[in-house]
Design a protein around this ligand. Sequence first.
Ligand code: C2O
Ligand code: CU
Ligand code: CU
Length: 490
Amino acid sequence: SEFREVQVVRSEIEVLPGRRTPILAYAVESGGKTFLNPALLARRGDEMRVRLINRIDQPTVIHWHGLSVDSRNDGNGLNVVPPGGRMDYAFPLRDRSSMYWYHPHAHGYIPQQAYHGLASLLFVEDDDEAALRKELDLALGETEIPLVLQDREFDAQGRLHYAPTAAQSFGGWVGERLLVNLTERPFLQAGRRIVRFRILNGSNARSYRLAFVQGGRRLGFFLAGTDGGLLAQPLRIDQTFISPGQRLDVLVDLREADPGRPVTLASLAFDPMHAEGGHDMAPAGPAAPSMAGMAGMDHSQHGAAPTAGPSIPMAMEGDARALMRIDLKPSAPYERRMPTVLSSLPAATIASASPPRRMQLGHNGRGNWTINGGLFDPKAAALSVQRGARETWLIENAERSMPHPMHLHGFSFRVIERLGSPALVRELAGARGLLPQDQGVMDTVHVWPGESVRIAIDFTHPHAGDQDYVFHCHSLEHAEAGMMLRYTVK
Ligand code: C2O
Ligand code: CU
Ligand code: CU
C-alpha cells in the first residue's frame, strides 16, 4: 500500500485574535487540501505507512507515543532525519484501541519543536471501541471530542516565546496561557447526554488537576480509559491529575448537570511541589531566581492580554484555571446508560518474584535531573532487558525533588502500587495507594516527590534482533537536560 506523506513545515496560524503565530506543523495532503497536524485514524491490525519529509532547517523525527513498535519505527531519536531528508515508517498497529499521539524526538530539539506546534493525535480503533461508540451513540468530533491541553507564552506580536532560563529548564517550562486545541478558553455546545472527551496533556511540563465544575460544585464523571485504552469498567470520579504525555478518556453525563448554567472544564488549584528541595537544588548562575520566591507571586493580573516583551517566570503550575466552557443546549431525548463493562482488561499482577529493577530519580546539583544518578548517553545503553521478561520496576523519586512524568518507549505497563505518596495523591487514592488512572494501561506515570511507584512491564515482542528504546521524563526540559536513559531489549 501507499505511504502517507507527512511533511514537517513552517506555517502560521491564528491563535490569539488578529495575530499571526508562526508555528511548526505536520502537513498532510488529502483530497487536494493541506491539513496541519491532522488526527490520524487507524484500525488495530492495520499497517502504518508514513513517509516523513523534513522541510525545516533542523533535524527531526516522528515518535509514535504509546505504540509498541520496533526500535527503528519508534522514532526514539537514536536516528534522526536531517533537513531535506526523509524517512519511511512501516509497521503493524498491534496496540489496543486508544488515542495515541505523535511528536518530535530528535534529542536537542524536542522541547522547542513540540512547543512550536509539532504534535498531533493518532486514534487506533478496535471492536471494544466500536462497541462503546455504538452503545453510547458517540461520534468522533461531535459528541466525542479530542482535547489537547497546552500552555504557551506569546510576545506582543503573537509569536510563541520560548527561552527557558536555567531555573525554568530545571522546573520545566510553564506557559501562562492555557490552550485547548490551540484556542484560549474555547466553548462547546453539548446536548443533555453522555459526552466523551479524549484528553491529551501535550504541554511541555505543566500538569493539570482536571474537574468539571458547575456553580462551584464538582460534577461527577467517569474515567473510561487511559494512555493505552479502555479500562475494564468505568470508574466514577470527580477530579484527576493529568501529567505531560498522558491521555485520559472521560465520559460526562450532562443529564446530571443543571441545564440552566454552563459547565466549566477546569484545572483545580494544587501544590505543584516544585520547591521541595529548596534553594540548594537550583542551578548556579545569576539567571536563576529562587523557586521558593516564585511561589509567593501574585498572578491575578496576568492572562488577559499578551504581555509585552520577553516573559519572566510568572506562570505557576497549580493555579486554579478555567480551560473550556460547555454550554448545555436542548437536544433530542437520550436514553443511553453508562455501560458496566468497557473491555476485558485483566487486573494488573506482578509476574515475577525477583527483586524489582530500581529507577532512582534525583538531580546532580548542577541543574540536571538524573535517573540512577546518570544523564542520557545516546551512544550507550544504560541497561539491557531480556526479551520476553516480565519485570517489575520501582521508580523512586527523591523527597527533595519535584514530580516527574516518567515515560517508557516500546512497551506499555501497569501500575501496581504507590508508596510514600504526598497528601494530595493519597486523598484520591484507593487500595495499594493507587489512583483511579493507575487501573489502566499506561505509558507515562507521574511520580511525585517522595513517592515510590511499582510498575509491571511485559517485555514480550515480536521484533527480531536487539531493540533500543528510551525511558525518560516527559517534562520535555528535563529529558532535554539528560533525564533519559537508553535501554536495549535483547
Ligand atoms: Cu512522548 Cu519519548 O515521548
Ligand atoms: Cu513515547
Ligand atoms: Cu522530570
